[in-house]
Design a protein around this ligand. Structure first.
Ligand code: ADP
Length: 499
C-alpha cells in the first residue's frame, strides 16, 4: 500500500512553494520558486497573476512527481497564501483583467484617509475588526474596478470574479469549478463582517463592490473540489484554506483560547487565539478570524511589528556591523548588555500599539566605547521589546501563558532567551518551523479525515527548544526602551483604531 501524505501549497509574497508532509507533520519534499514584485511610484506593488499561477503549478508538479516516485499517496491538499493581495479575472476565460495588487501596495491610502475623515473608521472596525488601511483588499478592488476599462460595468453583470490569492489559485486548480475563499482570507478584505460571517452589504456599497463578483465564503476545512487531473496527474482533493498567518497559528496548533504564536521574519506577526467571541478593537491591534471549523468561528487578535528581521538585515547588509544575520546571536552574546544603547527600528513608522506612520528610527545612548556588538544586540533587543508592547496592548499572553515562535529569526537562540526574559514567560520553538505550510497540511488532513479533530493535530506539535525566563529584572531596560520610543514618535498620545 502506498504511504499517505499531504500536500501544502504555500503561496507567499516572495515565493511559491509546494511541500509534501507525512501525516505526522514532517516535511518530506519541498519545491520552491521565487516570485517577482514590481514597484511603482506612489507605493504601488504588483505581481503578475500568471507568474503566481505558473510558479504554484510548477512547484506542485515537482513535489507531487517526487512523491509519486517515492510511493507516497497524497490524500488531500491545503492552501496557505499571502493575504489581502487582490486579483480580478474574467469568468469565461479565467484571464486576469489586471495585475495582482499586492498587500503592501499603498494606492488606497488616500481613500482610507478619506474614510477616516468621514468618521467611518469605527464602523469599519466594528464590522471587520480592521483599521481602515490600504493594506486590505477593499480599496485595491475599488481602484481596480474604477480604473480598468469597462471593469465596473462588466463586474455588475457577474462576468468578472474577484479573489484573494487562495481564490484565484482555487479557481485555476479546479478548472474554474470553484469560486470560493475561506473565512480567514475573507476577514482580511475589509468587506467581510466577522460577526455575521457574511459579506457586509454596507461595506460593499461603501467600496462600490458588486455582490456578483465575490466568492463564496467557506470554513477553513471544507470540500474545495479537486485539482484537475490534467494539471498534476493524480486528482487531488483540496480540503483546506487559510491566510498565511492564520495557517501558521494552525501549524503551531494554537487551537485553544489564550494560545499565541509570533512569526519572526522580515516583520513579525503575533496572533492570539481569543476563542469564539469577536474581540473588541484595541490600540491599533486587529481583530480577525483565526479559523472557522464546522461553522464555529475562532477569533484572533493580530499585531504586527513592521521591522524585525529587516533590522538585522540592515545592521548586516547596510551598516556591515555583523557578517550575516545568523551571526547576530553569537555577537550579541559577546557583551553583557548594550552599554546603554537603544535602537528603535521605526524605519517605516511604528505599528501597534503606537501606530505612528511618520515616526522614524533612532539609535540612542551612544558613547565612545560603543561597539558593533552593542548596536547589534540593541537591534535584537528591540524585537523583544516590541513583542512585549504588542502583548501588553493585547492584554497579555492569556491563560496558556506561553508564546510559540517561528520564522527564520526564531532560530536566533540568544534572542529567544532574551524574549522569554522580557516577557517573563516561556517561549516555545517547534521542531518544524515551516509552520505556514504545516498549517495548510493540517487543514488538508482534517478535511481528508486523516485526523479526527484538532486535538489529534495538537498532539503532533513537537517542541524543538523551550526558553524559560531567567528571572532577571528587566524593568529598567523596558523603561529606557519606552523613553526611546517616545523620542522617535511624531504623533503624541497612543492612537486607537478609531483615530
Ligand atoms: P520572510 O518570510 O519575511 O521573507 P524569513 O522568515 O525568511 O522572512 O526571515 C528572514 C529575515 O530574518 C531576514 O530579514 C533576516 O535578516 C532575519 N534572520 C534570519 N536569520 C536570523 C538570525 N539567526 N538572527 C536574526 N535574524 C535573522
Amino acid at each position: 500500500m502506498r504511504q499517505p501524505a499531504l500536500l501544502a501549497i504555500d503561496q507567499g509574497t516572495s515565493s511559491s512553494r509546494a511541500i509534501v508532509f507525512s501525516v505526522d507533520g514532517v516535511p518530506l519534499i519541498v519545491s520552491q520558486k521565487e516570485l517577482a514584485s514590481r514597484y511603482g511610484p506612489g507605493g504601488w506593488v504588483e505581481q503578475d497573476p500568471e507568474e503566481i499561477w505558473r510558479t504554484t503549478l510548477e512547484t506542485c508538479r515537482e513535489a507531487v512527481g517526487v512523491a509519486q516516485d517515492r510511493g507516497l499517496e497524497i490524500a488531500a491538499a491545503g492552501i496557505a497564501n499571502q493575504r489581502e493581495t487582490t486579483v480580478v479575472w474574467e469568468r469565461s476565460s479565467g484571464r486576469p483583467v489586471y495585475n495582482a495588487i499586492v498587500w503592501q501596495d499603498r494606492r488606497g491610502a488616500k481613500r482610507c484617509s478619506e474614510l477616516r475623515r468621514q468618521g467611518l473608521a469605527s464602523k469599519i472596525a466594528e464590522a471587520t475588526g480592521l483599521v481602515p488601511d490600504s493594506y486590505f483588499s477593499a480599496t485595491k478592488l475599488q481602484w481596480l474596478l474604477e480604473h480598468v476599462e469597462d471593469a465596473d460595468a462588466t463586474a455588475a453583470t457577474g462576468k468578472l470574479a474577484f479573489g484573494t490569492i487562495d481564490t484565484f489559485l482555487l479557481w485555476r486548480l479546479t478548472g474554474g469549478r470553484m469560486h470560493a475563499t475561506d473565512a480567514t482570507n475573507a476577514s482580511r478584505t475589509m468587506l467581510f463582517n466577522i460577526a455575521t460571517q457574511q459579506w457586509d452589504p454596507d461595506l460593499l456599497e461603501l467600496f462600490r463592490v458588486p455582490r456578483a463578483i465575490l466568492p463564496e465564503v467557506r470554513d477553513s476545512v471544507s470540500d474545495y473540489g479537486t485539482i484537475h487531473a490534467d494539471l498534476l496527474g493524480p486528482e487531488i482533493p483540496i480540503r483546506g484554506i487559510a491566510g498565511d498567518q492564520q495557517a501558521a497559528a494552525i501549524g503551531q496548533a494554537c487551537f485553544e483560547p489564550g494560545m499565541a504564536k509570533c512569526t519572526y521574519g522580515t516583520g513579525a506577526f503575533l496572533l492570539i487565539n481569543v476563542g469564539g467571541s469577536k474581540p473588541e478593537p484595541a490600540d491599533g491591534l486587529l481583530g480577525t478570524v483565526g479559523s472557522r471549523f464546522a461553522g464555529e468561528t475562532s477569533y484572533a487578535i493580530e499585531g504586527t511589528i513592521f521591522n524585525a528581521g529587516s533590522t538585522v538585515q540592515w545592521l548586516s547588509e547596510t551598516l556591515r556591523l555583523v557578517a550575516d544575520p545568523a551571526r547576530s546571536s553569537g555577537l550579541a552574546a559577546t557583551v553583557d548588555d548594550t552599554g546603554g544603547v537603544v535602537l528603535v527600528p521605526a524605519f517605516t513608522g511604528l505599528g501597534a500599539p503606537h501606530w505612528d506612520p511618520e515616526a522614524r528610527g533612532g539609535i540612542f545612548g551612544l558613547s565612545r566605547d560603543t561597539t558593533p556588538a552593542h548596536i547589534v544586540r540593541a537591534g535584537l533587543e528591540a524585537v523583544a521589546y516590541q513583542t512585549h508592547d504588542l502583548l501588553e496592548a493585547a492584554g497579555g499572553l492569556g491563560q496558556y501563558g506561553r508564546l510559540r515562535v517561528d520564522g527564520a529569526m526564531a532560530k536566533n537562540d540568544w534572542l529567544m532567551q532574551f524574549l522569554a526574559d522580557i516577557l517573563g514567560a516561556p517561549v516555545e520553538r517547534p521542531a518544524v518551523t515551516e509552520t505556514t505550510a504545516l498549517g495548510a497540511a493540517f487543514l488538508a488532513g482534517l478535511g481528508a479525515g486523516t485526523y479526527d479533530g484538532t486535538d489529534a493535530v495538537g498532539r503532533l506539535w513537537k517542541e524543538n527548544s523551550r526558553f524559560t525566563p531567567s528571572g532577571a529584572d528587566y524593568a529598567s531596560h523596558l523603561a529606557l526602551w519606552q523613553e526611546s520610543v517616545r523620542r522617535v514618535r511624531k504623533r503624541a498620545g497612543i492612537a486607537t483604531v478609531n483615530v
